[in-house]
Design a protein around this ligand. Structure first.
Ligand code: AMP
Length: 306
């Protein structure tokens, strides 16, 4: 089934306890579409960049099967820039700088050939823009998944709440779930979010895995204990890309299949953190991904004797 992703395509500058990068390619939609490319061939992007964005990276997306008809390149303008610095725990980070540039006037145009997409991934960007995308789809997709961040919870809370009424799944991290609901207990926070609209809530807990709340059921997925975590940037988006990519591939949105999708998302995210930026998710084989998924199965398999 076809997938449409909207979100940032960006330049990032990153600093972790292990090193620093100059401008590298980043952006939520970049990570999402690359990650999803390992699952679905019908992988469509709506985003905006300036004419400083390298053609070689667009070619990389295309070589992964991403349809870039909806990638607007604005002449004379600069690509969105974000820079972040991680704390020693690698789970928390500070935004050092944001230059909105082209994102300031992002007016997402959905090409006609994307209108029938069944799976819609609203990657990180302003909630008002994400909502515009939902409203511009002539037919409502079968599943709408939303990712957001602390910034929007803080500065665009009303827009975000309006959008939540129109989405099926919200993916966010534990800190954001607490910020959005004012509740420390994640089970209660998830219930509060479900009352805001989405039937399904996924709360990511970094190196501690993820919780999937679907109607009155809960699934706990581990994160793979890794010897080296180099750079968590994009892990959340890579998770989202694996999650929705698996659902689009199988066209099954049952709870059981969402559990598998959470594991595929977690496996993809575990690759992403092994190198800076998107480097590690550029050249994965199907076999590597399946082996990683098998590690997740082994990691949490146990039997009980009564
Ligand atoms: P993640 O680590 O999964 O939260 O995603 C990191 C990516 O989000 C980076 O590549 C950034 O370019 C992108 N990003 C950071 N802040 C924003 C923002 N305000 N709007 C859109 N994308 C952003």
């Amino acid at each position: 089934m076809s997938l449409l992703t909207v979100g940032s395509v960006a330049f990032d500058a990153l600093e972790t306890p292990f090193g620093k990068t100059d401008k590298i390619i980043g952006g939520a939609a970049t990570y999402i579409t690359l990650s999803a490319s390992y699952f679905t061939k019908d992988n469509n992007l709506v985003a905006v960049v300036g004419d400083d964005f390298p053609q070689s990276m667009i070619d990389t997306l295309v070589s992964h099967g991403v349809n870039v008809d909806g990638l607007e390149i604005r002449k004379g303008e600069k690509t969105f820039f974000w820079s972040g610095k991680y704390h020693d725990d690698m789970n928390t980070r500070d935004t050092v700088e944001v230059q909105l540039n082209v994102m300031e006037h992002f007016d997402p145009i959905i090409p006609d050939q994307y209108q029938d997409c069944q799976y819609l991934m609203l990657g990180n960007t302003a909630p008002a823009i994400q909502h515009m995308v939902v409203k511009r789809m002539k037919n409502r997709p079968k599943l709408i998944v939303l990712d957001t961040m602390n910034l929007w919870i803080e500065i665009a809370n009303a827009d975000l709440k309006a959008l939540l009424r129109d989405v099926d799944v919200l993916v966010l991290n534990d800190e954001e779930a607490r910020q959005l609901t004012g509740d420390y207990a994640l089970v209660r926070a998830a219930a509060t979010i479900k009352a805001m609209g989405p039937k399904t809530v996924i709360i990511k807990k970094g190196e501690h895995g993820a919780l999937l709340f679907h109607e009155d059921r809960i699934f706990a997925a581990p994160a793979l204990p890794l010897e080296e975590v180099f750079d968590p940037t994009g892990a959340g988006d890579t998770f989202a890309g694996g999650f929705i990519g698996h659902l689009a591939k199988t066209d099954d949105i049952s709870f059981d299949n969402m559990k598998r999708a959470v594991i595929y998302g977690s496996a993809m995210a575990s690759f992403c953190v092994e190198k800076f930026g998107a480097e590690r998710i550029l050249n994965l084989s199907k076999e590597e991904i399946q082996n990683r998924v098998n590690e997740f199965v082994k990691l949490s398999a146990f039997s009980v004797e009564m």
